[in-house]
Ligand binder design. Sequence first.
Ligand code: HXC
Length: 523
Amino acid sequence: MSQPNNLSLELKELVAQMQARRTKVEAGGGEERQQKQRSGGKMTARERIEYLLDGGSFLEMSTFVEHGRNRLMDGVDAPGEGVVTGSGTIGGRQVFMFSQDFTVLGGSLGKMNAAKVVKVMDLAAKTGCPVIGLNDSAGARIQEGVDSLSGYGEIFYRNAIYSGVVPQISAILGPCAGGAVYSPALTDFILMSKGSSYMFITGPEVIKSVTREDVTFDQLGGSSVHGRKSGVAHLALEGDAAVLDGIKQLLTYLPQNAREQAPRAEVSDSPTRETPELLEMVTPDQTRPYAMHGVIETLVDRGSFMELQPDWAKNIIVGFARLNGESVGIVANNPKVMAGSLNIDASDKAARFIRTCDCYNVPILTLVDVTGFLPGVGQEHAGIIRHGAKMLYAYAEATVPKITLITRKSYGGAYLAMNSRDMGADVVYAWPTAAVAVMGAEGAANIVYRREIQNSENPEATRAEKIRDYKEAFDNPYVAAGKGYIDDVIPMETTRAQLIQTFAMLRGKEEQRPFRKHGNIPL
Ligand code: HXC
């Protein structure tokens, strides 16, 4: 920083004082703790900001805020109050952010730490910009008691009331406990770093004393647990830099706020590119799986598919992509896992993603190849009725442009849950390989013609004949197309161009709904 030579001594001193104070704040918990942080493969709070934001764009806020005083905090030093907050740009777009500093009292959250976070959340809502939280915190600051709980309350409240107003993205970059996981849980997306981040409401020590269970950090709440078992994390990536890159990529599919559209990206792929490879990918044999990921990647702009929750509820695929540069949300059954049937986790995963797309004006493309809801006592007792209903609700509620493409089978309740015409799809297409029915031909024949099959001289021959009859009648897209439930049966080779054209047609879509305070989605 350059200064004129003729400054008075007093002014020089004031400036030096400010700089000294700033340097102390910027040093956080000190060199030793920062080295410990780095040796664990992690960046420091400020290094993360520098990596995330466009160079030189960081505008720090609340720099000199100090901790909330009380008897237990007397004499405690907390430079920066354990969190760095402010705004900046990513790819030229303004965002607000906070980066918790684990080197200062474990990044724990006291009243004034919360005040810093609340300040940027409020500014983000007022100016219509995303909020990014880089979480590396031991949760409520024990020494501040109820004040730190109140601090979390203020943050949770804003997480909730700004939900669907501006995108909120959480990175988990260290051991996060208590409020440091519940606040992210209230945001739109959670990205975890593999091997160096953990999420739990209480740590292994408390668990041991209460339930006597012996568990490691990783077994309790590592990225593998939340990426594969709980579904809490949308992505688990290799280290801090990958997580921060993931946030940058995610933002490109999202608008600044709920009043805007996501920005259009530069396109290097032709909107009329033909896709004959789909003819080899999708087999009409309903019993043979194929790679739905390959189908998605073939249809969308090359390299644009960003899958979310890829290792949880793998029977359904969700993620963002682009069609001719425009952001689109993809929901697709995965015939390679459980024949693409819908179970509890898949319903939760899809419903949440559909609502995320809808609140941020991202149109939805649904690719259907589904046998039905997964039957079984386990699923029924765990509430598949309640969870499956979320999908029905989410599609019906969504007012963004919605295109459904039936790639192969679409049976029963899952036909409706995968956004049929009646559930609000604006346009429904099918490939010649599609089949729409209440259930598969074998099951249908066994139920409808059970008596006839039993009483027949040759039950197996009769069964085969009835299956064939049913297949001829229903195992094709033309019955549904004949009744207007499918708008067109289209060639696989030109589907990409047709989807792009159809989304362009739907761009001006507006849909008014009857007044209500808010809907009551089954949870
Ligand atoms: C104040 C804390 C703290 C806390 C850790 N520290 N937790 N200070 N409040 N909650 C301090 C430590 O004293 C230490 O200070 C530094 O942070 C690093 O902590 P370590 O334990 O040395 O780190 P590590 O071994 O990596 O373990 C991290 C940890 C563990 C797993 C997060 O510290 C832990 O279990 N902390 C308690 C977590 C917790 O129960 N939080 C309250 C949740 S309740 P020095 O000076 O040595 O660097 C909550 C309520 C919100 O959040 C509402 C929810 C709905």
